[in-house]
Design a protein around this ligand. Structure first.
Ligand SMILES: [Zn+2]
Length: 231
């Protein structure tokens, strides 16, 4: 009898936990998006990542979110991430349907099309944050370090080459993908370079950033630990 009561209590406790997690889920609307500042947007991604690390992801009814966002989307950020299968944006930031725009391209570089997508996300659709995410053990970075030539990939890697050249070594160190530390330094420098290129190549985004309407920042993702280090 006592055991029965105890198990009932446990079930009640667990269901309260689940419902409190569900109640934290916000599906973005025009109203909620308008209240988010660039700093809040960054904090929301940091909080989401912390939930991911602790295994405390929010319990979302994704189909319910589909219904809510079906007539319009109001994401609070655009994340530029590598295509790497291990750095899936919505998973590592614990986000749901309609929360973030995604631009994914090998080596998280920008070109005219990515910049146009960012301008749409921020200027037209109201996103408050551009987060550039690089990661450890990045194949694109290794390819650029090794000067790989392969079909259309050659042109993409050309955009990372100046970053490879910019990373200093003491002369004895190997400047290829065999040098893990060098590759990681290039990956970090590449995130910073992408942030710089966004401001250099997009007058719209630079102006929004200067006015404090958006924040443009970066982070590095460790594919071995699942941890992000924000700039
Ligand atoms: Zn990568």
């Amino acid at each position: 009898m006592k055991l029965k009561h105890l198990s009932l209590l446990i079930i009640l406790f667990l269901s309260l936990q689940v419902s409190s997690l569900s109640s934290q889920v916000v599906t973005q609307t025009k109203e909620t998006q308008s209240k988010i500042t660039p700093q809040t947007a960054l904090q929301m991604l940091k909080d989401g990542h912390q939930r991911f690390l602790e295994g405390k992801m929010l319990q979302r009814d994704l189909l319910q979110q589909v219904k809510i966002t079906g007539s319009g989307q109001y994401p609070f950020a655009i994340i530029l991430d590598c295509i790497d299968s291990r750095s899936s944006t919505e998973l590592i930031f614990d986000q749901g349907i309609g929360d973030v725009f995604n631009a994914r391209i090998a080596g998280n570089i920008v070109n005219e099309d990515i910049l146009g997508s960012m301008e749409y996300s921020c200027k037209v659709a109201g996103a408050k944050l551009i987060l550039v995410v690089g990661h450890s053990h990045c194949g694109a970075i290794k390819g650029a370090c090794d000067d790989v030539k392969l079909g259309n990939l050659t042109a993409l890697l050309t955009k990372i080459k100046p970053v490879v050249e910019s990373v200093h070594t003491d002369g004895k160190e190997e400047r290829t993908s065999k040098n893990h530390e060098f590759v990681e330094h290039v990956a970090e420098a590449n995130v910073l370079n992408t942030i710089e290129q966004i401001k250099l190549q997009s007058a719209i985004l630079k102006e929004m950033s200067d006015k404090g309407e958006i924040l443009i920042t970066g982070a590095m993702y460790d594919v071995e630990t699942g941890e992000l280090v924000f700039e």
